[in-house]
Design a protein around this ligand. Structure first.
Ligand SMILES: *Cc1c(COP(=O)(O)O)cnc(C)c1O
Length: 483
């Protein structure tokens, strides 16, 4: 396929701009060092060429609007189009973060009301939307923990992180100045309570738990865990990136969690992939509130306002108020569903995951057999014995029209395949995926070469997966005579 620069023809255009209202003298008076010497080389194409170009490009890649995308831990649910509709309203897209608050009351109202909803969902009183990703929420949460213990004159240096946790947990721990200490999982894939009890002392600031954990299992010993952590004065952190299984079912604040981060771009249906933009809301218990990033949106007698009066705040962790447009989309999603609808999201995501798990457990090794929450983990170890790697299985799925699950994570399962169907898929779609997985299990026995050569139907075959990251080249190069 040609690049848009290659289909460019001088003089073609897809736009009609109004006459410039910047006076000519003003342009003339710009210092020459700010002016281009040569005109910017932009592609010149007609509207239909531009539309076809982008439509064709979108077909080269796999995406949620093309098909089933069971990427575990990523919650690739379908994002309803109405979110885009409200997110695109000019009243939201044409405001400036430095406008007087009296002129952006609607925007502040949305942030405030979304905060109240998230507070209800998490059971914790105050929410900040300044973090713009899950990992950013984690780092912020741990910075709050640091400020909290410093204010009490306590010197706590480490954070306990289960070995099944998302890689961002130990990374955020290190980034916020703590030492991360690994906690092993027991034979059922859950927190090893004896080890927790042994490691939890007055030097530990935070126990960072993911629930459901990355094996898709519910940590059933929560009361014990809360008691052990709180008895030593520590804080219990919930990595709530995967809250999709808990909506309206478990209230983290009531259970005893002190800090929770949410991924608006997973659970609350704002688009993700390709690096953003995201939203990593952070909910905290009331004695941690004084340390939150500023400002917090509040409601006073004369309307909504931005409260900067937090003398113990950790400061700012992002420009302005976070990714505002993501908040509009998440708010729309919550209003459309209501509290009953929200609970059904979780019920259906759990049913879908368990349906797939039960349907595939004879074809693939299922290392943890108890009922799953919103996702589950299979192992390709049986296939590995036949010389077929989990990577081959994932690539073959692309040929059969499906995005691959997350593979080789969590690290504690060999040849892991982490499957999260989400609630937005029909039984017919799930059945088609089951057939594809069964066919692959069969091919591993009878035609392993088909798997080792996959994919054969995609625009590109197997890519060098590290080259793009190590040698990032995002600029189109052509003849550069005039540049
Ligand atoms: C996705 C995820 C994160 C990180 O979220 P990002 O927005 O990608 O930074 C953290 N923990 C878990 C369990 C996740 O699934």
């Amino acid at each position: 396929m040609k690049t848009i620069f290659e289909i460019s023809k001088p003089g073609r255009k897809a736009y009609t701009l109004p006459q410039s209202d910047v006076p000519g003298e003003l342009m003339e008076s710009l210092p020459s060092r700010f002016k281009r010497e040569n005109p910017l080389r932009l592609p010149e194409v007609s509207e239909v060429d531009a539309v076809r170009h982008w439509t064709n490009l979108s077909q080269l890649n796999y995406h949620i609007e093309k098909g089933f995308y069971p990427l575990g831990s990523c919650t690739m649910k379908y994002n309803p189009k109405i979110n885009e509709e409200t997110g695109g309203l000019p009243g939201f897209t044409e405001i400036h973060p430095l406008q007087p608050t009296s002129s952006v009351q609607g925007a502040l109202e949305i942030m405030h009301k979304l905060g109240q909803m998230m507070s209800e969902i998490t059971g914790l009183p105050t929410v900040s939307f300044q973090p713009v990703a899950g990992a950013h929420g984690e780092t912020t949460g741990l910075m709050l923990a640091r400020a909290y213990f410093e204010s009490k004159g306590e010197n706590r240096e480490s954070v306990l992180v289960p070995d099944s946790s998302h890689g961002t947990n130990p990374a955020s721990t290190t980034l916020s100045g703590f030492k991360s200490e690994k906690l092993s999982s027991n034979e059922r894939g859950l927190v090893n309570i004896d080890e927790l009890e042994e490691k939890m002392d007055e030097k530990v600031a935070v126990f960072m738990l993911t629930n459901p954990n990355t094996l898709g299992l519910f940590e059933s010993n929560l009361k014990r865990i809360v008691d052990i952590v709180h008895k030593k004065g520590g804080l219990l952190y919930l990595d709530g990136a995967n809250l999709n299984a808990l909506l309206g079912i478990m209230n983290p604040g009531k259970v005893g969690f002190d800090i929770v981060h949410l991924n608006l771009h997973k659970t609350f249906s704002t688009p993700h992939g390709g690096g953003g933009p995201g939203g990593g809301g952070l909910a905290v218990r009331d004695d941690i509130e004084p340390f939150l990033p500023v400002p917090i949106v509040k409601k006073g007698d004369s309307g909504y306002y931005l409260d900067y009066n937090y003398p113990h705040s950790i400061g700012k962790i992002h420009s302005f108020y976070g990714n505002f447009n993501v908040l509009v989309k998440a708010y729309t999603y919550l209003l459309m569903l209501g509290s009953k609808g929200l609970r059904r999201v979780s019920e259906n995501s759990i049913i879908n995951a368990n349906y797939l798990k039960e349907s595939l457990k004879d074809d693939y090794e299922l290392p943890y057999k108890q009922p799953a929450m919103h996702e589950f983990v299979l192992s390709g170890s049986k296939q590995r014995k036949l010389g077929v790697k989990t990577l081959d299985i994932a690539k073959r799925l692309l040929d059969l029209g499906f995005h691959a699950p997350t593979i080789y994570f969590p690290l504690i399962v060999t040849e892991a395949l982490m499957i999260e169907p989400t609630e937005t898929e029909s039984k017919e779609t799930l059945d088609a995926f089951i057939s594809a997985m069964k066919r692959i299990a069969d091919e591993a026995v009878n035609e392993p070469e088909a798997l080792k050569n996959a994919p054969v139907t995609t625009p590109v075959r197997r890519l060098d997966e590290v080259k793009a990251a190590r040698e990032l080249k995002v600029r189109h190069t052509w003849d550069t005579e005039n540049e």
